[in-house]
Design a protein around this ligand. Sequence first.
Ligand code: PLP
Length: 389
Amino acid sequence: MSLFDKPIDRCGTHSVKYDEREAKFGTGDLLPLWVADMDLPSPRCVTEALVKRAEHPIYGYTVYPDEFFNAIEGWMHRRHGWRISRASIVPIPGVVPALNFLVTALTEPGEGVLIQPPVYHPFFRLGKHHGRELLENQLVYDRGNYTVDFDDFRAKAKRARLFVLCSPHNPVGRVWSREELETMAAICLEEECLIISDEVHADIVYAPHRHIPIASVSPAVAKATITLNAPSKTFNIAGLNTAYAIAENDTIRRRFETELRRFDLTMGNLFGIEALMAAYRCGEPWLEELLGYLRDNIAFVTDYLREHIPAIRPVMPDATYLMWLDCSDLGMDDAQLERFFVEKAKLGLNSGISFGAGGSGFIRLNIGCPRSTLEEAMERLKGAVENDD
Ligand SMILES: Cc1ncc(COP(=O)(O)O)c(C=O)c1O
């Protein structure tokens, strides 16, 4: 029995995943396996650090202590073999807000922002919300695997000021190889396109795959890259709104910091700070256990689909607790697929089309939950496929 097997009732905790079911799907009567947090408990050491801090009854303005920066430096070195300097770290309230501030800090209206759909949906807003031109380098899907079309990448990078990389990639689950990262980076350097690398899923990677921070591939790439990361996905603490950017290039970092100051976004969340320090200091044994559990969840879903629902084919994730399922053999259009999952299967998942046109015919399943929840989900799905007329 694993620590992760025990179901935990999240209803009524103001959880987006549970308490917004009605708002998102039009019904509360479904099993929610959508938004990217987990139904699994954070490490004990994180809870203890939060309780200890909560017992001090004053929750006033808080600075980022040295230990916060040391914890990030240590984590990057131990987990990713990446040496960063303390001066390069900029605390931020979230990866998505930082993406937006980087776009406004580093580009002018009308300039190009390059993304690789199907991709995490807030990336699309970076164009629309700020009057920048969104350039889409579609990932290539071939027999269950995703790759980059480098000719198209170069053509679009020529017109782009920023490239927003998702590494590892949500939703397709790819860990980019050193060769792929070096090729993308070389093109960006040649075309004078800065790289923003969203690496928030970097710690949830399944061996033998290994996450390589793109900024670590060479000093020249480090100078052209701003990396975004957080303990939020890894330790299931997204509600604490604490993340960080890593920018070795002083000029770029100062422009970003100026933008954050312009909106007075320099204060931290005191509980987020405590949680990050505790997680990075003593969360590694928990993380190793989590990785094993998630890997078994992926195997469970894959085996179940192969045996009982062969019309739904999983793309095997190298990383993330999100599974990308190819439902095209069900023969439904995207609106029908969405209705099928909500009304027939009574499952609340993310429709593939919400990640861009290349997501048509897919859905995203969050497997960051107890195995028994996935068993229930697969049974519901099997029943719905068998009874579909
Ligand atoms: C690729 C990616 N970036 C960023 C986020 C969210 O980051 P934050 O909560 O720090 O804004 C997510 C959450 O699902 C994600 O998948």
